[in-house]
Write a protein that binds this ligand. Sequence first.
Ligand code: ATP
Ligand code: MG
Length: 408
Amino acid sequence: MRYLIGRYHEIALKGRNQWRFVDQVKQNLRDIFADYRLGNVRSVGPRLMVQIPEELSDETAAERAALIFGLQNFSISHATARDIESIAREAIKRASGSNARTFAVRTKREDKRFAMNSVEIDRAVGGEVQEALGFEVDLRAPELTISIEIMNDAAYVSAGKMPGAGGLPVGVTGRGLALLSGGIDSPVAAHRMMRRGLRLDFVHFHAYPIVSAASREKAAELAAHLTRWQARSTLMLVPFGNLQREIVANTLRPLRVVLYRRFMLRIASALAERCGATVLVTGESLGQVASQTLENMAVIEKAAAFPVMRPLVGMDKNEIIDQARRLRSFETSILPDQDCCTLFMPAHPETRARIEEVEAAESRFDIPRMIDDAVRTTEVERFWFPPRAAQVAAARAPEPQKLSAKEP
Ligand code: ATP
Ligand code: MG
């Protein structure tokens, strides 16, 4: 019988709160395998164990397990009887497909009553594997690690540990609303906060139908992709074109970008309140573009009703691009679109906005009415991973699924 065995990342360090982390990672594992019938998920010492059902292939199990935040590494292990001959036989069977030349055996005994200690098991099994397969032992940098876990009920043997997603299980630190532009930075920012245990909803501001629907489609594709790490998401699509026109008609050029951003944060705050989020997440990085100066960030953030998290603030563009490639969001992010902000972007935006000046410019607007209009006309799209029938149908339809969004 095959088992997925995940080993906790930082969870192991969380002392009295440990049960919350373990509960969350168990729940998240169930969600990510929602289309398979998993048996009991057990937490034994520093590891999570679940039997892999017949119809779930090793490849799919590994691909999905790699999406679970909170696991340092995982392996697909085979259960065998708790005697050294069976364990050695199983180890040879697991390692025999490998083209490694060097190997090491690493044993952990959860059940210390087992007759041999870990080092003795390592040596005995290592000797048998070496003889049967001709691999060389290398304890420092083995190409293949055979892991043996001795539990109360059985011994579990695997060849090859796979890296887990690390971080903290999604949901354990709270809920946030991420501003997703369709660019390179914001999906990376969202992913980093999910990895810190934040469950996210997404919001995208667009100027459709003044411009094409391209940015909306990109945001939807990115939200669908990011959903792989948290099993379900909502994307709120806010029509922003008319509001921008109103700003353009009433504001001197240099200040417009700051006003767009402040309105985005006001609307996002109203939406966050509705979906139970207590922080906003953006992809801003200090000094990257004209609007991302310290002065502007300070003035922009004053419009938010919640703390603004900027996980990329100290990263430079190359680092962010590297992450976007690893995340596989990069290809979508670089597709051409017309962002709502480039549409009405002044040639020389203000880089040192002053709050008095900005507030004076905003005194011409009926702000509550504008926020209310935006929230009322917001559409909501839902995503699941693994995808559900509704989402698959929506993806095939010529237009994205539109749900009128009184309650996002
Ligand atoms: P990105 O690569 O994420 O688009 P950027 O380098 O283009 O960022 P800005 O345009 O200054 O930088 O945007 C900063 C942040 O503001 C974005 O990372 C995103 O979180 C948010 N943002 C900008 N435009 C939008 C939008 N149309 N919808 C939702 N969020 C947006
Ligand atoms: Mg952008």
